[in-house]
Write a protein that binds this ligand. Structure first.
Ligand code: TRP
Ligand code: ZN
Length: 459
């Protein structure tokens, strides 16, 4: 047996080496091709954190052509002779690290970058990627479309869980959060709507440029650049919140009365969950019959059609749970969907609708053979299940059972403390359980074990 191989064999017997061996075949100076998410192994990348994305895009809805420049300002968390970005489709026409041209190659969704000189651990650097092409959505494991989805008058842009990489090179995992400047040029008459605050809008030579700024940290999947022919409404609330609504005229009759309620919904949610985490808000109501879902794009959810009030409440609650407090692993998706769904139940309860108890009871009455009990929400098993009924409904039921166990006051304190302590950051299921136990002074292991992890209908 050659010496090198024998040495490897010996190392394998220590747990640390075992992890290193399983986790990354790459030499230590190469950033890994994924962020370590078992459901989406190539999502995100290792070796650096992106502090800021500067995206400059030009989109022509007629031809479906997109031209973009992305400037990523990032910090190396290890020495890097090589690192990856995620980019699906499109053609890269130039790439520099700092001011120096860097070598790159494409390998599926990995854009593999080899800078001219190695980056030191802790070093801040910029990557500038020029790219173009006809963006197309990806198909998720559950069959849904995700990313840049062309519509009859523009594009519906929503990236959960994977689609951000269909329109910009990204460290495409919610583990990494960044601020964004997104500038989009579209033909005059079209509107391009993104996250955060609109810094400016300018028309020249038959084209209009919209400059958006998302200052608070955002996961890549929550970025949008939705393009269409929209009716736009802008105002600032008494609290200084910048509201920007864009509504497809075909959806306006149904959407307008619902969208109008956003400020009062956010106010109600702020009373329950603590201060709204952002300085901007709004709604994008598109007419996108081929999409089939809405997404809680940060500060400004995007709807594929006129939403009903409970959908607006749901996407708004995600601003606290999912957007401000982000996942570190897609397996924890109930922390997003269970919470946003429970917000719908609470809203109904406090606005003349069914009590949360009634909603719980109706669900609990479903037979053990029902799809609701197909898998436990804390362990959906694969990326194909992350938007399944158990995640939403049994996830919300878990919170209701917690509320029953600790009482209303403590329950709300848990939610508020969770949103406050992890604001603009991340949270895991284990941390949520620990917080609930800490604030209630109760051992809740059995409750969470049963509702989050036990297969089948809990009894
Ligand atoms: N997170 C979205 C919500 O519940 C739903 C969603 C996003 C979705 N992408 C999806 C649902 C893909 C099904 C398929 O608000
Ligand atoms: Zn949701």
């Amino acid at each position: 047996m050659p010496k090198a191989v024998r040495r490897t064999f010996v190392l394998v017997t220590t747990p640390v080496a075992l992890v290193a061996l399983l986790g990354a075949a790459a030499p230590p100076s190469q950033g890994s091709s994924g962020a370590g998410d078992p459901y989406f192994p190539l999502a995100g990348n290792g070796g650096y954190h992106v502090g800021h994305y500067g995206l400059t895009l030009d989109y022509d809805p007629g031809s479906g052509h997109l031209a973009g420049t992305a400037v990523l300002t990032a910090r190396a968390s290890q020495r890097l002779t090589r690192f990856d970005l995620d980019l699906n489709g499109l053609t890269v026409t130039g790439l520099t690290v700092g001011h120096t041209k860097a070598a790159f190659r494409r390998d599926g969704q990995e854009l593999v970058v080899t800078p001219k000189r190695a980056l030191r651990k802790g070093e801040w650097f910029t990557v500038t990627v020029a790219y173009k092409g006809k963006p197309a959505p990806v198909t998720d494991p559950d069959g849904s479309l995700d990313g840049w989805i062309p519509t009859d008058d523009g594009a519906f842009v929503a990236g959960e869980p994977q689609g951000a990489m269909t329109w910009f090179p990204a460290n495409n995992h919610p583990k990494d959060k960044s601020s964004y400047d997104i500038t989009i040029t579209v033909p005059k008459g079209h509107t391009a709507v993104s996250n955060g605050v609109l810094l400016g809008e300018r028309t020249a030579h038959g084209k209009t440029t919209f400059r958006w700024r998302q200052s608070e940290p955002m996961a890549a999947y929550l970025a949008t650049a939705t393009v269409g022919k929209f009716k736009v409404q802008q105002f600032t609330t008494r609290d200084g919140l910048h509201v920007y609504n864009a509504i497809d005229p075909r959806e306006a009759a149904a959407a307008t009365p619902v969208v109008k309620q956003l400020p009062s919904v956010l106010e109600w949610e702020s009373k329950l969950f603590g201060p709204y985490p952002y300085r901007a808000a709004g709604s994008i109501v598109d007419h996108a019959p081929n999409v089939g879902y809405a997404l809680e794009t940060q500060t400004r959810p995007v709807y594929d059609r006129a939403p009903d009030l409970s959908t607006l409440v749901h996407e708004s609650a995600h601003q606290w749970f999912g957007d401000s407090v982000s996942l570190t692993s897609w397996k924890d998706i109930w922390l997003n969907e269970g919470f946003a769904t429970y917000a719908e139940w609470l809203y109904a309860e406090q606005h003349g609708g069914d009590s949360a108890q009634k909603t719980f009871d109706e669900l609990y009455a479903k037979p053990a053979s029902d799809g609701l009990w197909e898998f436990p929400p804390g362990d959906p098993g694969s990326g194909a299940n992350i938007f399944g009924t158990p995640v939403y409904a049994r996830g919300a039921m878990t919170l209701h059972v917690l509320r029953e166990a600790v009482g209303d006051r403590t329950f709300l304190r848990i939610l508020r403390t969770w949103a406050g302590e992890h604001r603009d950051g991340h949270g895991t299921t284990a941390q949520f359980v620990a917080l609930a136990e800490h604030l209630s002074g109760k051992n809740l292991d059995k409750l969470f074990q049963t509702w989050l992890y036990a297969p089948g209908k809990p009894n």
